[in-house]
Design a protein around this ligand. Structure first.
Ligand code: FPP
Length: 250
């Protein structure tokens, strides 16, 4: 049976998040510069978006640029920004044709005016779509997001709009950039690194984690199928016992 046919389509994760890692190493292995790896990484992005939408995944989040990535050599930061914005702009029509709505999470105030303008164009063009939601984490880090949430809540308390005694998970989640987006059931990280790197720390609390040695430019639809098959073998207990889950018919 093909890998694709082994996926149980009515048990797909609603939300898949991916840390796309290994572009630099992939390029260096080929004797090329790091930006060559990022350009090849965009081909993978395209294939994974198409495959996810085709399967019926509802939310796909891609970690494209972290707050910490601003510390990379300036030429690489500039090349990455250009590449991302051009790719999104070039793909706008295709996104719309595939009914994909784009969202961006992150500290976008740090992006240049030109980058933000291009981004706004694609955001606007896809805003009426209602198929898969593609979330690009850009200038994003989870600590930035949580500190911002705490600050925003503190302002509301000061204005008398929130009573601290009422703060719970739901209220806190409303102040995260992922408000109204369900938590990812599955996180994939490529390139053999086994860490979360400041990505969706709150939202990944109960996610299944899948790590693969494959470098991002080599990650293709068959690799996504493998991750989904592995996910479907996991028992998601959310702190309960296995017996409790089976008693409740879950
Ligand atoms: C990690 O590889 C990859 C990145 C920091 C950038 C990923 C961005 C893209 C593939 C472009 C995304 C485009 C869109 C449109 C979302 P690395 O450079 O850290 O690789 P290394 O760990 O091997 O050095």
């Amino acid at each position: 049976m093909s890998l694709k046919n082994r996926i149980v389509l009515n048990c797909l994760p609603r939300h898949v998040a991916i840390i796309m890692d290994g572009n630099g190493r992939w390029a260096l292995q080929k004797g090329k510069d790091r930006n060559y790896g990022h350009r090849k990484g965009v081909d993978t992005v395209r294939e994974i978006i198409e495959t996810s939408a085709e399967l019926g995944i509802q939310y796909l989040t891609l970690y494209a640029f972290s707050t910490e990535n601003w510390n990379r050599p300036w030429e690489e930061v500039e090349a990455l920004m250009e590449l991302m914005v051009h790719s999104l702009n070039n793909e706008t029509k295709k996104l719309v044709n595939n009914n994909i709505v784009l969202k961006v999470i992150g500290d976008i105030d740090r992006l240049s005016a030109g980058v933000r303008e291009s981004l706004d164009y694609t955001l606007e063009q896809t805003s009426k779509c209602n198929g898969m939601t593609l979330i690009v984490a850009l200038s994003y880090s989870s600590r930035w997001e949580m500190v911002k949430a705490v600050r925003d809540i503190a302002y509301k308390i000061k204005e008398g709009k929130i009573d601290p005694a009422n703060i719970d998970d739901k209220i806190f989640e409303n102040y995260l950039t992922t408000r109204n987006i369900p938590d990812p059931e599955l996180l994939i990280r490529t390139s053999g690194e086994i860490r979360i790197s400041n990505f969706l720390l709150w939202q990944l609390a109960y996610s299944e984690l899948y790590f693969t040695e494959t470098l991002w430019p080599d990650f293709g639809k068959e690799d996504l199928y493998k991750a989904l098959i592995e996910y479907q073998k996991r028992e998601r207990r959310f702190g309960k016992t296995s017996e409790q889950l089976h008693e409740n018919g879950n």
